[in-house]
Design a protein around this ligand. Structure first.
Ligand code: AMP
Ligand code: MG
Length: 338
């Protein structure tokens, strides 16, 4: 689903003075386009131009690993293998392994082998189509993460199966950008890849970073949270969808039904240290719905999350409760803490 083109669109530099630390810190804002997503980088500190260039190169490299539309990408080679064992790049294997781990802990609500269904609905090509029940059932035969076999660097799928890392690869990109920016000597940064936000290092002047959660129903934000260095990743049906005969269909698929997930959740945000886990889990929680999300939290407690249901009500985990604040039209909505 990723585009092949990558362009440096914008780079703005300004020098800001942060009174509490009494020093001048350069702020550089840049915009890149990769992985089918606009990427906003706000970097504090020196050498930002070089860092942006390095991020750009890194994103091109990752696109060549993870794209499902580029014929010679690492994922495309696996998808063309039709049941034969394929040697894959170490990083690709690591992201597939993380995906399989999330599939196991979420009872298959996250499943990268859902790709044939994603294609059937046209989300890869933007030629959208509402498939028949028969077409969905015929295609569901190829969806089953337990049939993805990894042995060292070798990946094997069953014949007809294909994978799509679109639900987790942006998290890996955020991880790599975090590493590039840390090496570049930036004192702090905020990176936004579509619904994936990553805060890095220290906010100039001290204190926590403030991150907005988009209003899933329209403009503005639904809530704000305050975080230290963290991944804050949101999945929502509003991010990609199409309307046919008055019905709207979005891009997050329930792998059991082969249809867009209807769990009652319209926005799922995950907050944790690991951007890969945050990305995979935000997609998974959107499919799981409230009850399964609560069960997951009680069992694993390895993430915090904020779910918004179709009535605009929030479900918020304890770890983020103190730094969470509903905003805009959502100010007076009910919040349940778990
Ligand atoms: P995200 O925006 O991170 O929630 O990921 C959504 C993308 O992940 C979709 O565009 C599909 O490419 C893919 N996807 C859709 N449903 C699932 C699912 N249940 N498990 C894993 N990946 C999915
Ligand atoms: Mg995701």
């Amino acid at each position: 689903m990723f585009f092949s083109g990558l362009a440096l669109v914008l780079s703005l530099i300004s020098v800001c003075i942060f009174p509490s630390c009494n020093i001048d810190i350069k702020k550089t804002e840049s915009q890149l386009f990769a992985m089918d997503t606009v990427i906003d980088l706000t970097i504090y500190g020196d050498n930002a131009d070089k860092a942006v260039q390095k991020c750009n190169e890194e994103l091109v490299r990752l696109e060549n690993l993870f794209s499902v539309t580029k014929k010679d990408s690492g994922v495309s080679k696996i998808n063309a293998s039709d049941g034969t064992r394929t040697k894959a790049d170490r990083e690709l294997v690591s992201v597939i392994n993380s995906s399989l781990e999330i599939s196991k802990t979420t009872g298959g609500c996250f499943d990268i082998s859902v790709y044939p269904i994603v294609k059937l609905w046209g989300f890869t090509t933007d030629s959208y189509n509402v498939p028949s029940k028969q077409e969905i059932n015929d295609t569901l035969k190829y969806v089953d993460y337990t049939k993805i076999i990894i042995s060292g660097e070798l990946v094997q799928l069953s014949p007809g199966m294909q994978i799509d890392l679109g639900g987790i690869a942006k998290g890996y990109a955020a991880q790599k950008i975090k590493e590039v920016l840390a090496e570049s000597g930036a004192s702090g940064a905020v990176v936004s890849l579509g619904g994936n936000v990553q805060t890095i290092g220290e906010k100039p002047g001290g204190g926590k970073w403030s991150v907005g959660i988009q209003n899933p129903d329209g403009d503005g934000i639904a809530a704000k949270i305050k975080v230290s260095e963290s991944a804050v990743v949101t999945s929502g049906g509003y991010q990609r969808n199409f309307t046919s005969d008055g019905k709207t269909y979005h891009h997050i698929i329930d792998p059991k039904s082969g249809t867009p997930a209807q769990s009652g959740i319209i926005s799922a945000t995950v907050i944790c240290d690991d951007p890969v886990l945050a990305d995979g889990m935000s997609t998974a929680l959107f499919v799981m719905g409230k009850e399964k999300a609560i069960e997951y939290y009680n069992k694993y407690k390895n993430i915090d999350f904020i779910l918004i249901d179709k009535n605009g009500e929030f479900l918020v985990t304890d770890g983020i409760a103190d730094s969470f604040e509903p905003d805009g039209k959502f100010k007076d909505k009910k919040v349940t803490y778990i």
